[in-house]
Design a binder for this molecule. Structure first.
Ligand code: FPP
Length: 235
């Protein structure tokens, strides 16, 4: 499909895996497994449109409160995903990055994430960012606390603190803000995702459950985005 303009950065809240599985009498984890297929298909599609940034909410800071077997399965899936996809990422020059409170992720998964980030650090055909153990309020608090420390240690002048400097303390430092945020499954809220970065982001909600979300659904979101007039608070 051809679009007049495509977003430079798409962020996605991949929601509805559990409901997708329930509808089929499957275990919730089957929904997450199918959700990985959607992720792969969307990665391929955004590359074809020359979109440079894709950030996906894979695990929120609140998701730790899910039943332990689901948390463990998600962590296992993450580990398997990173290890099995690394050759694809390298072949396609995709840079893998992650944002969130990574210290809470089990060590073997953290190591494989770090390894994948190191091995793909020089690429940039697509910047794929996984939000893991991520919560926007925690991110903003963490930035405020780092700024206070740097001020105390005379590393920064408080007069220099502006939006650009503040942004550089967020997990997303150096990344452009999302132009389009997609949330699947019919829920219409941000759920603590990129609250600072999404100030002027166009938001697109769809009832499609994440495991059903494939290229044609992305095309519908892009078609919708194309029509939007972005004013950034101006007239
Ligand atoms: C929301 O569905 C989805 C998640 C909490 C996890 C998203 C994870 C994936 C798509 C697969 C794992 C990704 C990687 C990179 C390993 P839900 O479980 O909240 O669904 P529900 O609202 O229908 O219960």
């Amino acid at each position: 499909m051809n679009f007049k303009n495509v977003p430079g950065h798409i962020a996605v809240i991949m929601d509805g895996n559990g409901r997708w599985a329930k509808k089929r009498n499957l275990h919730r984890i089957q929904g997450h497994i199918e959700g990985i297929k959607s992720l792969k298909s969307i990665i391929k599609a955004v590359m074809a449109y020359n979109i440079k940034y894709l950030t996906v909410y894979a695990f929120s800071s609140e998701n730790w409160q899910r039943p332990q077997d689901e948390v463990d399965s998600l962590m296992d899936l993450l580990y398997e995903y990173i290890n099995s996809e690394l050759p694809y990422l390298v072949k396609n020059k995709i840079r893998l990055n992650f944002i969130g409170n990574i210290s809470k992720i089990p060590e073997h998964s953290r190591k494989s994430l770090q390894n994948a980030a190191d091995k793909t650090g020089k690429f940039g055909r697509l910047n794929l960012t996984l939000a893991l153990s991520y919560g926007a309020r925690e991110e903003i608090l963490n930035a405020a606390s780092q700024i206070a420390k740097d001020f105390k240690n005379n590393k920064i002048n408080i007069e220099d603190l502006d939006e650009d400097m503040f942004s550089s303390y967020l997990y997303t430092s150096g990344m452009p803000e999302p132009d389009l945020l997609i949330r699947t499954s019919g829920e219409e809220r941000l759920s603590n995702f990129m609250l600072y970065q999404a100030a002027y982001t166009e938001v697109y909600f769809t009832k499609t459950l994440w495991p059903d979300f494939r290229k044609k659904n992305l095309d519908a979101a892009l078609k919708n985005y194309e029509k939007r007039i972005r004013r950034f608070g101006k007239t």
